[in-house]
Design a protein around this ligand. Structure first.
Ligand code: SF4
Ligand code: SF4
Length: 374
């Protein structure tokens, strides 16, 4: 039955499927606990709240008897991420170029369940898991032998690379787990560790989310610490640096899912002038609905756009940044717009005018710092 289910998964466009054991070694749970205890999860309090369930699929679905782990490539050779358009553009991480993977994958998991019911010849119950539910999916994928951990903390599939979404189906009937775990690994390579611009990777297969641009631009709801702003470079949403440099991704496995193609979503670059002009949640929703870029919400994405603008100072962006500083309803956006203007030539008078009318102390402080820098 497992062979028939695997074939059905491949026919539906999944790139890999393996049956995971229903539990992972205790060291995985300990590593996660330690990661949280050290504060490396940043403000992701939900990680702490869901520590136990992440390694216990039966807590997500009481009837759990087996766990299918599926891999879907979002790799793409088009459009190439470089040469970069200069100045007024921000880069988007590859996984978010197309439509929101949560919705797209959920639909295909449902279709796979219909196929499994046909193969099995009788109904069953299941729980579909995308990254929206708490499960330590990389650990389960590793135990099933689907791929190995890279020093960039991603699961790498030999011959397939790491441009991969993981998803799971928890079933109420039993299937023999696959495995054993892959023995292939990174060896002495440290390319991703050296390439990470913020030092988030320690080389021991662990990452400090508080330093990671993906966390800072997506999960982080507050201020982007000054010490990481320059290192963000052009990244407005996520970061691909530690995957782009990985030799296992040298020949990307082209995604077979048109939903993930740049043509069907926002693509690899966002126009900062457009993003900085989105002043209401409705405008933001109209532009980004159906894509993963809704995650940081309007204020988070505009905050990121300001940082990217500050990293590529251009007179062209002064009207957009000064409008954000003057008019944006979110103090978070105004404060980051001030920082960007402080790095932009000929923007001093806009900072002075804004300082006179600004009532929020945090923004005034940021304007004062920007005036010192300007
Ligand atoms: Fe570093 Fe970027 Fe990788 Fe995060 S995503 S670990 S910032 S290279
Ligand atoms: Fe491993 Fe090198 Fe890839 Fe990093 S770049 S994940 S060290 S193979």
């Amino acid at each position: 039955m497992k062979t028939a289910i695997r074939q059905a998964a491949l026919d539906l466009g999944f790139d890999s499927m393996a049956v995971s054991p229903l539990s992972v070694p205790a060291r995985e749970a300990r590593a996660l606990e330690e990661w949280c205890r050290e504060g490396r999860h940043g403000d992701m309090a939900y990680m702490e709240r869901t520590l136990k369930v992440r390694t216990h699929p039966e807590d997500l679905f009481r009837e759990a008897q087996s766990l299918l782990t599926l891999g879907v490539s979002y790799g793409s050779e088009d459009p190439p991420p470089s040469p970069a358009p200069q100045g007024a553009w921000g880069r988007v991480a590859r996984y978010a170029w197309g439509l929101d993977y949560h919705d797209v994958i959920q639909d295909r998991l449902q279709r796979l369940c219909f196929q499994i019911e046909k193969i099995r010849g009788k109904p069953f119950s299941s729980r579909l898991v995308t990254d929206a539910q708490p499960l330590l999916e990389r650990a389960f994928a590793f135990e099933a032998g689907l791929g190995f951990y890279g020093k960039n903390t991603n699961i790498i599939v030999p011959g397939g690379g790491s441009w991969l979404f993981l998803a799971e189906i928890i079933l109420d009937f039993s299937l023999e787990p696959d495995g054993p775990p892959q023995t292939q690994g990174c060896g002495s390579c440290r390319l991703c560790v050296s390439a990470c611009p913020t030092g988030a990777l320690s080389g021991d297969y662990r990452m400090d989310a508080r330093k990671c641009i993906s966390y800072l631009t997506i999960e982080n709801k507050g201020v982007i610490p000054h010490e990481f702003r320059k290192s963000m470079g052009s990244w407005i949403f996520g970061c691909d640096i530690c995957q782009e440099c990985c030799p296992y991704n040298a020949i990307p496995r082209e995604s077979r899912w048109p939903e993930f193609s740049a043509r069907n979503g926002v693509g690899p670059w966002l126009d900062l002038r457009e993003v900085l002009s989105l002043r209401t949640p409705e405008q933001f929703s109209r532009r980004f609905k159906g894509t993963a870029l809704t995650r940081p919400k309007r204020k988070g994405l505009l905050r990121n756009a300001c940082v990217v603008a500050g990293n590529h100072p251009s007179g062209e962006l002064i009207p957009f940044l000064s409008a954000a500083l003057r008019e944006d309803p979110e103090s978070l956006v105004r404060a980051h717009a001030a920082w960007a203007l402080g790095r932009t030539p000929d923007a001093r008078r806009f900072l002075k005018t804004a300082w006179e009318s600004e009532s929020q102390e945090t923004v005034r402080n940021e304007i004062e710092l920007a005036l010192q820098a300007a």
